[in-house]
Design a protein around this ligand. Structure first.
Ligand code: F6P
Length: 554
């Protein structure tokens, strides 16, 4: 166990001293601290100087990473070893972004041609939409595409299409992309009330093609289309299925069973985890918005980060350093809350995306060999757009009782290409204002009262203790390439932390039991029987539903 290693024990002893240091003192002692803890790669600048650590801390953490076998683990991940031990398969999302002329042999097969052939098929589909040639059953070009998926089959494309909205292609047939994930049908019902069935197409995105949330939305969508189109002259069910549904899954058989035409099936593979899947066919909605060239630029940016991850020494390796800052906070400073705070409205869904990436990957307590860990793993991670969060939960960051580590994320430049000069100047000054807020917040969180040149005593409610650690991540600009690098940075950070914690970041057994029990509960709710076996609270909740369904109110 890692917590029995000398490196871990020494870090614990070291944390006794560091835990008493204030960030303000650390900066006062070392004028070149910012420089020493800042690294650059793939269009990203990572400033870790506001972490509550020192040179000594970092070298001890690097020793811990070596002890945990991080360098070999990186090689195993990228080389296609079966790093997903509980499911006995590799985790090769990085293969999805290898250049076309690369090769990666796994079990005697080069994976790159398979990946490239899916990209080519995506390209063909995207071209048809953009040429206005993907037509509905009555011959009208598709205008609205609704992605039906949840978790990794929703959050990645949702986050990226939003982040790259500036890259939306202008001179093509316009297709609007929408997302429906919730099993209660809230999003779907809104679309169904507004869209024309003749010009609406659904993409069923599900790695397993068994997820009830997605399949129940899909059934509702199919019936909605059939009821409105099948009755029209020259239209039958097969035509509707052929013109209005695309499937994206690792199970072609299940797609076929559901009725997706083989020509409309895009495949990905068991060796790509759901939350790591936006780089392949699950990214179809992204390509529909920004075009394949920009989609490929996203892949290239991620690949640049993969190359950096594979080759940079641990001490200069961005994902490794970001991971070590997290390990230090969680395991040695006992900081178990982590907030993601982008200062750019285009990154509105980035925190939600990372919530799945980090917590579904590393929210684990069993090691690879099935033992319970004796240390904390993934912190509680949440976030929101920083400027909005300033008016919501920052109060707790500044004056609450919880230590929280924050990631501030912002692009350095924005709005250079806005055509109208006056608007451009306004927007650029808004961007400057946003950066000022970002930097002010991390500084205040670090220094507390020391950030203010104000003499004299102040009442308790006006005091700021500071000393909240943070990371600042600057993108040169938010482009497909830097966004790709940013996402890959966090993916690899998660992997390094999993390696140190000795947990498998590529399975999610913790969510399975919930699905099973929900299935049983649904059967009880629908059959109006069997609830006697349940606990008193759940029984009463079930009875409340039956009563409501019967129209009674007491
Ligand atoms: O329930 C968790 C989960 O399996 C996630 O890991 C996954 O991203 C999501 O459900 C959706 O799964 P699928 O793509 O198979 O529908």
């Amino acid at each position: 166990m890692i917590d029995q290693s000398a490196a871990w024990r020494e870090l614990e002893a070291h944390a006794e001293t560091m835990g008493r240091c204030h960030l303000g003192e650390l900066f006062a002692e070392a004028p070149r601290r910012a420089e020493r803890f800042t690294r650059r790669a793939a269009g990203l600048t990572l400033d870790l100087s506001k972490q509550r650590w020192s040179d000594e801390t970092l070298s001890r953490l690097l020793a811990l990473a070596e002890w945990a076998g991080v360098p070999d683990a990186i090689g195993d991940l990228l080389g296609g070893e079966r790093v997903n031990v509980s499911e006995n398969r590799p985790a090769l999302h990085t293969a999805l972004r290898l250049p076309a002329d690369a090769s990666l042999e796994v079990d005697g097969e080069d994976l790159v041609p398979r990946v490239q052939s899916t990209l080519t098929r995506m390209d063909d589909m995207v071209s048809r939409f953009h040429a206005g040639q993907w037509r509905g059953a009555t011959g009208r070009p598709i205008r609205d595409v609704v992605n039906l998926g949840v978790g990794g089959s929703d959050l990645g494309p949702l986050m990226v299409t939003h982040a790259l909205a500036d890259y939306r292609l202008a001179d093509v047939h316009r297709v609007e992309i929408h997302f429906a994930s919730t099993m209660d049908g809230s999003q779907l019902v809104d679309y169904l009330s507004r869209f024309n069935p003749e010009t609406t197409l659904f993409v069923l995105s599900s790695k397993s093609f068994t997820t009830i949330d997605t399949l129940s939305n899909a059934r509702t969508a199919r019936d909605w289309l059939m009821a409105r189109l099948e009755c029209l002259e020259g239209v039958d069910g097969d035509l509707v299925m052929h013109q209005h549904f695309i499937g994206v899954s690792a199970s072609p058989e299940k797609m076929s069973e559901w009725g997706i035409a083989p020509a409309n099936q895009l495949e990905f593979w068991e060796w790509v985890g759901g939350r790591y899947s936006l780089w392949g066919a699950i990214g179809l909605p992204i390509a529909l918005v920004v075009g394949m060239a920009n989609f490929r630029a996203l892949l290239a940016g991620a690949h640049a980060m993969d190359e950096h991850f594979a080759t940079a020494p641990l001490a200069d390796n961005l994902p490794v350093l970001l991971a070590l800052a997290g390990i230090w906070n969680v395991n040695f400073l006992d900081i178990r809350a982590h907030s993601i705070l982008p200062y750019d409205g285009r990154l509105e869904f980035f925190a939600a995306y990372l919530e799945q990436l980090e917590m579904e990957s590393n929210g684990k307590s069993a090691t690879h060999d099935g033992r319970q860990v004796g240390y904390s793993t993934c912190p509680v991670l949440w976030g929101q757009l920083g400027p909005n969060a300033q008016h919501a939960f920052y109060q707790l960051l500044h004056q609450g009782t919880q230590p929280v580590a924050c990631d501030f994320i912002a692009p350095l430049c924005r709005y250079d290409d806005v055509a109208d000069e006056a608007t451009r100047e306004h927007l650029k000054s808004q961007h400057r204002l946003t950066l000022a807020n970002c930097f002010a917040q991390s500084r205040l969180l670090m220094l507390g009262d020391e950030a203010i040149d104000e003499e004299g005593p102040r009442p308790g409610h006006k005091r700021y203790r500071g000393n909240q650690p943070s990371t600042t991540l600057l993108l040169d600009r938010l482009t497909p390439a830097t966004l790709g690098a940013l996402i890959a940075l966090y993916e690899h950070k998660v992997f390094v932390q999993a390696t140190i914690w000795n947990v498998n970041p590529f399975d999610q057994w913790g969510v399975e039991l919930g699905k099973q029990i929900a299935g049983e509960t649904e059967r009880i709710l629908s059959s109006h029987s069997g609830h006697e076996r349940m606990d008193a609270s759940t029984r009463a909740l079930v009875e409340a539903v039956w009563l409501a369904e019967s129209g009674g109110d007491d």
